[in-house]
Design a protein around this ligand. Sequence first.
Ligand SMILES: C[S@@+](CC[C@H](N)C(=O)[O-])C[C@H]1O[C@@H](n2cnc3c(N)ncnc32)[C@H](O)[C@@H]1O
Length: 187
Amino acid sequence: MNPDAPNRAAADRHARLDPSAWVVRFADLAPRAGAVLDLACGGGRHARLFLARGHRVTAVDIDTGGVADLAGDPRIEILAADLENAPWPLEGRMFAGVVVTNYLWRPLLPRIVAAVAPGGALIYETFARGNERFGKPSNPDFLLAEGELLRAVEGRLRVVAYECLEVTEPKPAMVQRIAAVNRAVSA
Ligand SMILES: C[S@@+](CC[C@H](N)C(=O)[O-])C[C@H]1O[C@@H](n2cnc3c(N)ncnc32)[C@H](O)[C@@H]1O
C-alpha cells in the first residue's frame, strides 16, 4: 500500500470540505441569530461553516450521506429530498441565509429567492456558460446564462456583489456568483 494514501485521502476530504471563498467572504450577510439553508449540500462544507459560526442550519440533499456525521448536532436539520422530482420540501419557510453552490435546477430559482427572510441573504455560486471548455458540467441545463442570477433576484433582493468570470481555483472553470440581501435599498 502506498504510505501516502491515507494522507492523500485525508487531504482530498479536506479539500472537498473547504468552503467556497465566495461564501466565506459574504457569510457575515446572514444575521447571526438566524438559521441558514445549505441547499444541495453535498458533504455539507457550508453547513459546517455556518454551524461553526454559531448558526442553526438546514441541510438538504437527495443524498444526505455526506452530512451523516453531523446528525447528532442539535443545531442541524438534515432533510433528504429530491429537489427536482418532488414538491419543494421547505414550503413556507424562510432563512437568514440561503447558500447554494455548484448546483443548478432552474425551476427552483424563484423558490430559492423567496426563501430569503427579510434581513437575510442569498449566497449563490455555480458554473456558468463557457464551462464546457473546461469539462463538466457542460450541459447548458446546468450552466447559468450571462446575468441569470441577477435576473433571478431582480426586484426581490438587493445585489451586494456579482461576478461572472473564468477562475483557476480550485480548478479552471466559468463561474457565476451573487451575494444579495433581502433589505430595502437605502435612500
Ligand atoms: C456538485 S455537488 C455540490 C455540493 C455542495 N453544494 C458543495 O458545493 O460542496 C451537487 C449536489 O447536488 C445534489 N443533488 C443533485 N440532484 C439533486 C436532487 N434532485 N435533489 C437534491 N439534491 C440533488 C447532489 O447529491 C450533490 O450533493
